[in-house]
Design a protein around this ligand. Structure first.
Ligand SMILES: Cc1ncc(COP(=O)(O)O)c(C=O)c1O
Length: 456
């Protein structure tokens, strides 16, 4: 079968039903494959001789089946280009269900994504090449659920120098992005009450719930999360470097109060350091983990620095949680994909990662400055010292969003982030400036300014 399907370039299981007779069975199997989309339009079928040999039937039977399906319109046969699957729109009744895709907005300033046009493709390709050239064959086998030692060692050095994290390699677990780390940890905490910032990302609350955790809101004010409200929660998930979505940096006194809470209650702080590398007014604020490595689970991700598509992230765990989280990872997906891990290790070791992060910091700072320039000094914009998003205060969020939508501009809404939405909450627009691509960004800002300046 391998040989047969290597000829058509696709891997498809085809089992003619012997009860139908050879020719009719083959016809039915091919017809079904075309109808249900396993054989896509344009796919070239194997030569009759080869298919006959594969299936152990005569060449004449295969030819007769092909001819029949050509006559029915399922296949086309042309001299020189062989027999191919036809591209008739109305073949069969079970067309593959296309997902109804929401129309992409003309201008996208929603938060969440970096400028993926800045992905360092050439450096990543070099790192991948080196990783593949030097990886031992065992790298292609199942590996340590904590991840490759090469990457854990590289991260240990990087996180120590760039983020102030105390991260011995044996306390790191490589994960497929922050969201997986949050899910694994929630499972390990086994139904415990997890306090989460209010406002915060609803998707992450849902991840905690779906993994058996009980979500409790904890308020955020101008100094960040309020530890006095933590009560008897077992853990609290925080975004200290740049609170999502308000953009507040956790005040030094709050950092102390939070670690005091954790020590006094044996509570766990889950530090989501999703955009900690991007600080514009001074050196990046060091991670909270450095103040209390025994109480903090540090989570980092390549989603903002490189791209969400890589699905690469890392956890630095207090010693008592390493085995349990590694075990949860093992039972989730064995471990994160290995070659990407080796490439990231190479990128970090060669310092190409640092160079890329520095270049991105400049690029995002420029974008942030363009945003502020365009909006002017009278507009209240918060959370601008870091990250890839800012919060613009507006009196009527819904009206501004409706005006934006009419202009083809997509924005985030503060209202979507409260644990319990309701009247009387502060109103705001969450604007991501990682997107759109460089060329479209100035025009997107023009539209944003127009939307904000319009009389309500
Ligand atoms: C608050 C916050 N945390 C973490 C992440 C990163 O998630 P992941 O690593 O799963 O892509 C994001 C991405 O948008 C985010 O907004």
């Amino acid at each position: 079968m391998d040989d047969f399907w290597s000829g058509v370039g696709v891997d498809l299981h085809l089992e003619p039903d012997a009860a139908d007779g050879r020719r009719a069975g083959l016809e039915r199997a091919l017809r079904d494959a075309v109808r249900d989309g396993r054989l896509a339009p344009g796919t070239r079928l194997p030569a009759t001789r080869r298919l006959a040999a594969e299936l152990g039937i005569s060449r004449g039977t295969v030819k007769a089946a092909y001819d029949q399906l050509v006559a029915e319109g399922y296949l086309t046969a042309r001299q020189g280009s062989g027999t191919r699957v036809a591209s008739l729109p109305s073949v069969g009744s079970e067309e593959p269900q296309e997902r109804v895709r929401a129309r992409a907005p003309r201008f996208d300033l929603r938060p969440g994504s970096p400028d993926v046009g800045a992905f360092p493709a050439a450096a990543w390709l070099r790192a991948l090449r080196r990783a593949i050239a030097t990886a031992p064959s065992l790298a292609y086998d199942y590996g340590d659920p904590r991840g490759r030692i090469e990457l854990r060692t590289a991260l240990s050095g990087y996180l120590g120098r760039a983020r102030g994290v105390l991260a011995p390699p044996d306390r790191i677990v490589v994960i497929s992005g922050y969201v997986q780390g949050l899910a694994l940890l929630t499972r390990v905490l086994d139904g415990a009450a997890v306090a989460m910032e209010d406002p915060g990302l609803p998707f992450h609350r849902e991840v905690v719930r779906r993994n058996g955790g009980t979500v409790r809101p904890v308020a955020v004010d101008a100094q960040g999360v309020r530890p006095v409200e933590l009560g008897d929660a077992a853990a609290v998930v925080v975004t200290p470097a740049h609170q999502y979505p308000t953009g507040v940096t956790l005040h030094p006194e709050r950092r102390r109060a939070l670690t005091d809470w954790a020590r006094a209650r044996d509570g766990l702080i889950v530090e989501d350091d999703y955009d900690g590398e991007f600080r514009y007014d001074r050196q990046p604020v060091g991670a909270l983990q450095g103040m209390a490595p025994g109480q903090v689970v540090y989570l980092g991700t390549a989603s903002k620095t490189l791209g969400p598509a890589l699905r690469l992230g890392w956890m630095v765990l207090p010693p008592h949680l390493v085995d349990a989280v590694a075990d949860a990872k093992l039972h989730s997906d064995h471990h994160t994909e290995t070659i990407g891990q080796l490439a990231l290790a190479d990128l970090i070791d060669s310092h190409a990662y640092d160079r890329h992060v520095r270049a991105c910091r400049l690029r995002y700072r420029r974008r942030r400055d363009q945003l502020l320039d365009r909006l002017g000094p009278h507009r209240s914009v918060r959370g601008i010292a870091a990250g890839l998003h800012a919060l613009i205060e507006v009196p009527e969020e819904a009206e501004a969003l409706a005006r934006a939508e009419a202009e083809g501009l997509a924005l985030g809404a503060l209202g979507d982030h409260w644990h319990t939405p309701g009247p009387g909450r502060p109103q705001g627009l969450v604007v991501g400036y990682g997107t759109p691509r460089e060329r479209a960004y100035p025009e997107a800002l023009e539209v944003l300014a127009k939307v904000l300046d319009a009389p309500s």
